[in-house]
Design a protein around this ligand. Structure first.
Ligand code: C5P
Length: 401
């Protein structure tokens, strides 16, 4: 399995060459490796393979028209370019390469390539004479100089009967190349345990106390840690999120359940990321039957839950311990105090209580504190922030060894 492709969003561009019949298998293989795939086809590609086939194997609608009102309303070309983590054009014809090099934007695929800031890779496929032509060779060299990744072509028998260079690389080879595009390997061989989401503290079988945590940040960190090569255990409170590819997930309900699950899974763990918004208190006594409305006590006696992250930090053989501080005010001062009092190696502080950032939202900004150091991360998607945070955690982890 190619961990680096887990949860990656890949645009698969298909242009008009006979190798396009392999693009269907390529889409499948990319998905098997955990990537989400959206296909963009040129008009000529549709002469070789149908959009219906590419839609079925990619699991997403195919994009093929720059000027289709409906398609643009669903996901416009700029959104598509922003959505992607990488673009792979396979097969890439001689004509497409020439157009890409000239910066043309005369169809959806070239427009997306111009509009995106993520890595672009191409897998050329054409007749061997066309490939060897100096014009094509000059174009390939110029594209490489512009940081376009060129994968292949391979050599061998060609559909036209010739033998020579010009065959599109096989789908599995292309999946490998795409994985290496993302491979930071910064946590390869490391075991990472992450808590995420809220906890529910029962009042009775149908009522509970909780908080507004969605679990999105913890799940994004789990996905980013997998991408960085780690083996990840995600201990999650009740959330409505899909498990990221290749993550071992343990579902819990209460803070005490979460504490037990963490302690059970913490040995041999290298890094512990405590992202969960653990309820500080539970009911001293939760009722075994639903309490009738009129019998509901006006005051409920509470008792403290165990502090999970502080308990992990007290272990003799402790992992690198990273906590979160979600604050509505005095963010940095509170975070600094928690870093010290809970004996953490690092704390990720963020302001909550605003609609566009923090708990529940898709975006977040953070300030990370460790030792005497501090680093700011501006507001970005939780996925992007998670990748940056994981790189920082990996650096701190290796500097402590
Ligand atoms: O003290 P506070 O709850 O603000 O600290 C937040 C940090 O402590 C987070 O990393 C959170 O996951 C962790 N925590 C915990 N167990 C608790 C309370 C908080 O692990 N009972």
């Amino acid at each position: 399995m190619k961990q680096q492709l887990a949860n990656k969003q890949i645009i698969l561009g298909v242009t008009g060459g006979i190798a396009a019949y392999k693009s269907a298998d390529l889409a499948r293989r990319l998905r098997e490796a955990g990537a989400e795939v959206r296909v963009v086809m040129t008009e000529h590609a549709k002469e070789f393979i149908t959009p219906l086939t590419m839609q079925a194997v990619s699991g997403n609608p195919v994009h093929d028209d720059l000027f289709d009102l409906q398609a643009e309303a669903a996901m416009g070309h700029i959104e598509l370019a922003r959505w992607a983590d990488a673009v792979l054009v396979a097969p890439a014809t001689a004509d497409f390469m020439a157009r890409l090099l000239r910066g043309e934007a005369n169809d959806l695929l070239t427009t997306v390539c111009l509009a995106t800031s993520v890595p672009i890779a191409i897998a050329p496929a054409m007749n061997q004479a066309m490939w060897k032509n100096t014009l094509t060779q000059e174009n390939v060299q110029a594209l490489q100089e512009k940081k376009i990744h060129v994968y292949g072509p391979g050599e061998g028998n060609q559909a036209c009967g010739d033998v020579g260079p010009g065959r599109m690389l096989e789908p599995l080879e292309l999946v490998d190349r795409m994985a290496s595009l993302f491979a930071t390997g910064s946590l390869s061989g490391k075991k990472v345990t992450i808590t995420a989401g809220p906890t529910h503290e029962a009042i009775d079988p149908v009522r509970y106390m909780s908080n507004v945590s969605s679990g999105k940040m913890g799940f994004a960190l789990a996905a980013a840690a997998v991408e960085a090569g780690a083996t990840v255990t995600l201990i999650s409170g009740p959330v409505l999120l899909e498990t990221p590819a290749q993550v071992k997930r343990i579902d819990v309900v209460s803070a005490q359940d979460m504490f037990d699950a963490v302690m059970h899974n913490i040995s041999a763990c290298d890094i512990f990321l405590s992202v969960a918004a653990v309820a500080d208190y539970r009911c001293k006594q939760s009722a075994s039957q639903k309490i009738p409305k009129d019998a509901m006590p006006k005051q409920i006696e509470l008792e403290r839950n165990p502090d999970i992250v502080a308990s992990v930090a007290k272990l003799n053989q402790r992992p690198v311990v990273v906590g979160f501080a979600a604050e509505t005010e005095n963010v940095l001062a509170n975070a600094k105090a928690k870093l010290k009092n809970k004996n953490l190696d690092m704390i990720i502080a963020n302001q909550v209580g605003q609609s566009d950032s923090g708990m529940g939202s898709d975006e977040n900004a953070a300030t990370v504190l460790w030792g005497e150091q501090q680093k700011e991360f501006p507001r970005m998607t939780k996925q992007k922030l998670a990748r940056e945070l994981i790189e920082l955690v990996a650096k701190i982890n290796s500097s402590q060894k």
